[in-house]
Unconditional design. Sequence first.
Length: 347
Amino acid sequence: MSMDYVSTRPSPWILIPTAVATLVAFSFAMGLFSGNKMPTVLITGGSEGLGLAVAQQLAAKGANIILVSRSTAKLHEALKSVKASAKSPSQRFHHISADVSSPSYATPLIAAATAWNNDESPDIVWCCAGTSSPQLFTEMEMDSLRRHMDVNFYGTAEMSHAILRSWLSPSAPVTPDSKHLIFTTSTIAFYTVPGYAPYAPSKWALRGLADTLSQEVMMYPQNVKVHVVCPGTILSPGFVHEDQVKPEITKILEATDPRQTPEEVAAASIKALENGDYLVTVNWLGNLMRLGMLGGSFRNNWVVDTLGAWLVAIVWIFVQPDLHGKIRAYGKEHGHPTMRDKQANRA
């Protein structure tokens, strides 16, 4: 006796819009402040620039803040401005002095933060600490590359390792409230230009680590989310130093890039994180660069990002020859970079 098999599975054409709607709803539900209480936020690099702006704006939303930086004097002053931004007198504020480039700095730091936070680990960890000293590769010393990796990559990797061990331990509570680990990398992690040889590898490495961790945390019962904030040029104290040592060709290629204050970058980043975005960009150029380099990274929105990526692939046909033409023309006009710098020093 035979029987025709009739599938009870719904048509994929029915499933697709349902899946899209679910993804959109999920992204909004899992935002930065999705819990039942205002979070405690630990911010590295919190004494100035983007880190301080983030702290001030999150304090204005009601968060408890822990600032981390090397300089105790800067931390004292930064904490005053963060307290002045507070939404409620019941909020709590603290600072911890630490050097993120020191091996194994993060575990005792998380322990100290947890002890201060009534024996609860921070709900959000935002790694803002970073450094940038642009040079051409053949003109830099290898110590510069190692220094950038120590601060930018290992500083965040150490913190990630320590906080994820706390959040994802077998004894850690399983609750609907989400924990958030936020990396701060750069649009350089999507596309780099001459001059960023010491800096770009550390930022590309951060994106690789984040893409890995964003998948690994899915194996655990705890609700942990990883995000990557990718700003462009920030008019911070660090930018002043960066611009003083930056090669001329780098300045030429970046001449038309958007420039934003730390406050503008913080506001755009927080808004995107509240929407549940994974790869966060803060201006039109950063978003175009993100769309051109998504690869296997999580999408913020599958439909918009896919259509945008198709468009950017066409845009690159015109943008890359323009950039490469400027680089070659600069080399022909100014000669060998090493000889040019020696002549400039003699002058």
